[in-house]
Ligand binder design. Structure first.
Ligand SMILES: [Zn+2]
Length: 381
């Protein structure tokens, strides 16, 4: 009985909220305007007049005050129909190069010349963005921090605000407008990352896009539960997780690589005209399918002996750690040969902290009578 009532309530709620047949999303305007931008609670780019650019605030979940978190959305709607591409930034609040990269991509678009639509969404984890932090704080849980990139595709009836926010954003903004989706990130505060892509390369349509980026490293990755990329792929929407170097600053060396690569993707899908630029082949991108993660076994101060993109060999010392007396407490070594993808930039670290991650090509899976060894994925986006 309880179940039956819950189903009825959910159905009624959805019908009221949508205000339109369930078969088509439709753009819903709340009637509010914020800083000159119209507020929407749902987007269907098919509703928008062709050949123009639009700016909106998307109404996310409510705060405790009853006011909402709003996400900036920019839509470049082409003059002609075509593929719909969604560009996402700000799932983590301390990652700012994605904002600059996506803004630079949008600035290159001329809707009059486009066939299809590009939708840019900024500051997805609004409270994390305001605090320039990776995580979303939940007031009712004593400020407990939630990683928004572990709760996708969200839950309409979830037990906290970020999971409900993710549901709204995924179902009313992203999914109805995405034939392809690119999720832009950087390393978290305290870390560094190369110009890097996580991609499920076994899917040809995903591999084709990843290879269009003239970047440093690409990891073939089966995905990770709760990430936006994995949720898009599960929904049948080809997706990449893109890493633009370090957090909290604009990485001017790496941003242009991803602007060029994303323009390549838009050209590949015929959304914008023009020739494909430099790709992974031109850049000599290193491909791997596994991370060797070196974690601290001691507390102390870290001196890196290898840095981003360095090639390392098994047994090579990659970092030395000293205590406050200056005595060496540990030497960290790589167990694999590969290229350094992430490093710890905080010099003082606790045991368990990630010191370095080395991208490498794993040996063939060990298979026995009980099946094959599980592939281990260590997501760090
Ligand atoms: Zn991130």
């Amino acid at each position: 009985m309880k179940y039956f009532i819950a189903v009825l309530a959910a159905a009624g709620c959805a019908a009221m909220a949508l205000g339109a047949p369930a078969t088509r999303a439709a753009t819903l305007y709340t009637g509010d305007t914020i800083q000159g931008k119209r507020v929407i609670s749902q987007l269907d780019v098919n509703d928008l007049e062709a050949g123009k650019q639009y700016s909106f605030f998307f109404q996310g979940v409510q705060m405790g005050t009853g006011q909402h978190w709003y996400l900036p959305v920019v839509v470049a709607k082409g003059a002609k129909p075509g593929k719909r591409i969604v560009l996402v930034s700000g799932v983590h609040g301390d990652e700012v190069s994605p904002v600059d990269a996506v803004q630079r991509i949008m600035a290159q678009l001329d809707p009059a010349q486009m066939s299809g639509t590009v939708t840019a969404v900024y500051d997805v984890s609004r409270p994390a963005r305001e605090g320039v932090t990776r995580m979303w704080p939940i007031a009712q849980w004593g400020g407990q921090l939630i990683d928004l990139n572990r709760v996708w595709p969200g839950n309409e009836a979830g037990g906290n605000a970020p999971s409900r926010h993710a549901w709204l954003v995924f179902n009313r903004l992203f999914k109805p407008n995405a034939d392809v989706a690119l999720d832009f990130h950087t390393a978290a505060t305290g870390g560094g990352f190369t110009a890097f892509i996580f991609a499920e390369l076994s899917k040809p349509e995903i591999r084709a896009m990843a290879e269009l980026y003239p970047i440093e490293q690409i990891k073939n990755d089966p995905g990770y539960p709760g990430t936006l990329e994995t949720s898009f792929v599960a929904a049948g929407i080809p997706s990449l997780t893109i890493e633009i170097g370090g957090p909290r600053y604009f990485d001017k060396r790496i941003i242009p690589m991803f602007v060029e690569g994303t323009m390549n993707v838009l050209k590949y899908h015929k959304v914008v005209p023009g020739d494909i630029g430099r790709t992974s082949r031109d850049a000599g991108t290193f491909f791997g399918d596994a991370f060797h993660t070196v974690r601290a076994t001691h507390g102390g101060f870290l001196e890196l002996k290898a840095d981003l993109r360095d090639k390392v060999v098994p047994g090579q010392v990659i970092a030395i750690q000293r205590n406050s007396f200056g005595e060496v407490v540990h030497e960290y070594k790589s167990e694999v040969g590969g290229e350094v993808s992430t490093v710890q930039r905080d010099a003082m670290i606790e045991p368990g902290t990630r010191v370095m991650q080395i991208l490498f090509v794993s040996p063939p899976a060990k298979c026995g009578p009980d099946g094959c060894a599980e592939e281990q994925s260590d997501y760090v986006e």
